[in-house]
Design a protein around this ligand. Structure first.
Ligand code: HEM
Length: 385
């Protein structure tokens, strides 16, 4: 599954094909922000970005057609939010050891309900895709992620054999793994940029010099925007959307002087690794420039110190998808709008409150409310995107 995932479903080729889906979602997002800005109203940026990320991911994973009349994308979003809530509650019970079973019992109705809803949703979409494959035959054009996977499922000679249940579980993984993470990342990148006006200006100057002022930035421009890439990397270093992940030791080993028995679950803290003062100069400061120096690039390649997406064989397969959504949304938002934060905690009330609630908590302490001030209108009827 991982192989199909990285080579086919979420690979660069597939992501290129889905460019229009992302573009549509970004334009919808920008138009909404533009409307809010024109009325000089306050945008709940956290909510808008969550919608953008969820809709793009859902549409890219389950195909654009699904977000039509029966509003599949919206249903998925609701489900993802509910599962995150449940997962959080279950994790809490799990930490307290013996309470794990009580947690499962206490939440059993909600767990059963969510599982049933996911199952129905995926079954409907699978059947839709199967009917389409029957109609259009093997040379069907514009295959989406599910079409590719269904081909493997129905191919008796395929190198990899998968069951229907595995396929549904797989899509569940993609939903839960790929939606809130992307929106968290976008929020943090914007929050850091808004709190660092010099970096914001430098980034806008870079975009202006590469893209000009007549058109909206395009995904194809990203390789020519090194400072933008550095800003993204730096914000994800400081605020990894997945601050902890785990590994089970397959054999007895010794790590940093500690004996680790086989079967033990080790928790890896990406948050601590990426703020380790032994590795990073001024580890808690937002300094995108560090990623433009030879020193850090060499260090990153030699050691596993930059790990927002994990590492090794179980590394996140969604990097391409998430980067493409981040790239087109953040650049456009910087290119087109200035931001005035409402209720921030800076001396002039203009900063985003970035104090974590406690410990390794990743979410912004409160919703990111801001007034979008139109800097440049690049998506009017005269200048269609
Ligand atoms: C900012 C966005 C994202 C971040 C920070 C992130 C981070 C991570 C991390 C840290 C892991 C664990 C890696 C490890 O164990 O070494 C992971 C696993 C995973 N991620 Fe992501 N992820 C993001 C977006 C996505 C997206 C968009 C998708 C798919 C659409 C996705 C799908 C997955 C899957 C399926 C796994 C499990 C891989 C495995 O067990 O082999 N992620 N992600």
């Amino acid at each position: 599954m991982k192989k199909i995932c990285t080579t086919e479903l979420l690979g660069t080729r597939q992501m290129k094909k889905l460019k229009n889906v992302r573009r549509e979602e970004v334009v919808t997002f920008l138009s909404k922000i533009l409307e809010i800005g024109k009325k000089n109203e306050v945008a709940n940026l956290s909510a808008e970005i969550l919608t953008l990320a969820n809709n793009s991911s859902c549409r890219m994973i389950m195909s654009a057609r699904c977000s039509g009349e029966d509003n599949q994308a919206e249903k998925c979003r609701g489900l993802v939010i509910e599962s995150f809530d449940l997962a959080g509650k279950l994790a809490l019970f799990n930490v307290i050891g013996p309470l794990k079973r009580i947690g499962m019992w206490y939440l059993r109705k909600r767990i059963a309900d969510v599982t049933k809803r996911y199952d129905e949703l995926f079954e409907n979409v699978l059947v839709e895709h199967e009917e389409k494959a029957m109609r259009e035959g093997p040379n069907m054009e514009n295959k989406d992620l599910m079409d590719i996977l269904l081909e493997v499922y129905h191919d008796k000679n395929a190198e990899i054999r998968i069951t229907r249940k595995q396929m549904k579980n797989f899509f569940l993984d993609l939903f839960t793994g790929g939606t809130n993470t992307t929106s968290d990342a976008i929020l943090w990148i914007l929050a850091e940029l808004v709190n660092h006006p010099a970096a914001f200006k430098k980034l806008r100057d870079e975009i202006d010099s590469v893209v000009g002022t007549e058109r909206l930035v395009d995904e194809a421009d990203i390789p020519n925007l090194p400072y933008f890439q550095a800003c993204v990397k730096e914000a994800m270093r400081l605020h990894p959307a997945v601050p902890l992940f785990d590994r089970v030791c397959r054999e007895n080993c010794r790590l940093a002087g500690y004996d680790i028995p086989k079967g033990i679950t080790m928790i890896i803290s990406t948050y601590s690794i990426m703020r380790d003062p032994k590795i990073w100069d001024s580890p808690n400061d937002f300094i995108p420039e560090r990623f433009l120096t030879e020193k850090y690039n060499a260090k990153e390649q030699n050691l596993q110190v930059y790990v927002p997406f994990g590492g090794g064989r179980r590394m996140c397969p969604g990097i391409n998808m998430t980067s493409s959504v981040i790239n087109c949304s953040v650049t456009a938002v910087v290119q087109c709008f200035d931001w005035k934060v409402v209720g921030g905690d800076g001396p002039d009330g203009s900063k985003v409150n970035m104090a974590p609630k406690s410990g390794v908590v990743k979410s912004l302490a409160k919703p990111f409310m801001a007034i979008p001030l139109l800097h440049r209108n690049l998506f009017s009827a005269k200048n269609p995107v």
